[in-house]
Ligand binder design. Structure first.
Ligand code: PLP
Length: 365
């Protein structure tokens, strides 16, 4: 039999092992006769809020909507600029532009690839009303450091937790440390739906109510729209029911992901740096390696049957749709062509993890 190789991701494995529970969750919804904004949605919001240690969670349609609604919710004056990083997939750029805001970029730290908070201090100007800090690859970013810079200037901080649910810091879980936090439940995330899903979390009741209104046509009450900029972005009952069955498994899944990354790190030769994901401040979402020639590594691994991916190949300010020739981010640009993501999901077998590790060791740099 031919070797099927190691997939970058394979959702069918979790779907197979969780099949009975998922069908039971779907059955609950079908029997209830209630498909939007019912008990599953409400219960999921309560359970996620409890898990995160925040007062309020609002389920929405996806993670990009969550960012857009969060930005709209904190924008209360004439300032129009959002700051973020340019190496995190472009979701904040998409969300900010959809809401009609300008986007400014902050360079990243060469060690962690996360926002360089000291660079944020210089990038902020009088037009800045919000900074979105992404917990990229699953690693908790320096939210406290950013808040110390932003709060005296009346600038809101939003955590993008799409890749980092369950990462813990001394200040609490990611998603509990800023004004607002956003989540994606895209199927490959550490907490994945059977389709699209997202959420916004906050300690502040007023912000929560604003996001809730914005997520449903600006309605304060049915058919009464009080919030300008409202739209329709809802987490449906089926997705909420699925997420409720999966939330209790997040911590175990994150630990398995960290263990896989540690195994790769131990096997990597000099010149190939596996970004560390050791402690609980990392959710292990992506295993990213940095090396001088990521394409050569990808080709080598493909040759031994290991699939890889790149997160992300083109920074926002170099995307054809949002190109900004005046923006220079030396560190972000330096990483282009140097990063590669390795297979990292809880259902990988030990043999598959070993095969990837052997592939790394055998790479001739
Ligand atoms: C860091 C980050 N932010 C936002 C998103 C957007 O989420 P969604 O695909 O649910 O819109 C994603 C994932 O796709 C992400 O990885």
């Amino acid at each position: 039999m031919s070797n099927p190789g190691v997939p970058f991701v394979d959702l069918s494995r979790a779907l197979a092992s969780e099949r009975a529970e998922l069908l039971a969750a779907a059955d609950r919804v079908i029997r209830s006769g209630w498909l939007i904004h019912g008990t599953e949605h409400r219960s999921f919001e309560t359970e996620l809020a409890r898990y995160l240690g925040v007062g309020h969670v609002i389920g929405v349609g996806n993670g990009t909507d969550a960012l857009e609604l969060a930005l709209r919710a904190v924008n209360r004056d004439e300032r129009r600029t959002v700051l973020t990083v340019a190496n995190a997939g472009g979701y904040t750029t998409t969300a900010a532009r959809a809401a009609g805001f300008r986007v400014g970029y902050v360079d990243v730290d060469p060690q962690t690839h996360l926002m360089d908070v000291s660079a944020a201090a210089t990038a902020i100007d009088d037009d800045t009303f919000a900074v979105v800090i992404t917990h990229l690859y699953g690693r908790a970013a320096d939210v406290a450091g950013l808040r110390a810079i932003c709060e005296p200037r009346g600038i809101s901080v939003i955590e993008d937790c799409a890749q980092a649910i369950g990462a813990r810091t001394v200040d609490g879980l990611v998603g509990s440390m800023a004004d607002l936090a956003t989540f994606s439940f895209y199927p490959t995330k550490n907490l994945g739906a059977l389709g699209d899903g997202g959420a916004v979390a906050t300690h502040h009741v007023e912000l929560a109510e604003r996001v809730r209104r914005l997520s449903q046509y600006g309605w304060a009450d049915k058919y009464t729209s009080t919030e300008p900029g409202g739209r329709n972005s809802r987490l449906d009952e089926l997705q909420a029911a699925v997420l409720r069955t999966r939330l209790p498994r997040v911590d175990d899944g994150n630990q398995r992901r960290r263990d896989i990354i540690a195994r790769y790190a131990a096997a990597a030769p000099d010149g190939l740096r596996v970004l560390p994901a050791e402690g609980p401040n990392h959710a292990g979402h992506l295993c990213v390696v940095e090396t001088a020639d990521a394409r050569a590594l990808a080709e080598h691994l493909a040759g031994v049957g290991v699939q890889t991916a790149v997160h992300y190949p083109i920074p926002d300010h170099r995307q054809p749709s949002t190109a900004r020739s005046e923006v220079h981010l030396p560190e972000t640009e330096r990483l282009t062509g140097r990063i590669l993501s390795l297979p990292c999901f809880p259902e990988l077998t030990d043999d598959e993890v070993d095969a990837v590790a052997r592939g790394l060791t055998a790479h001739d740099l």
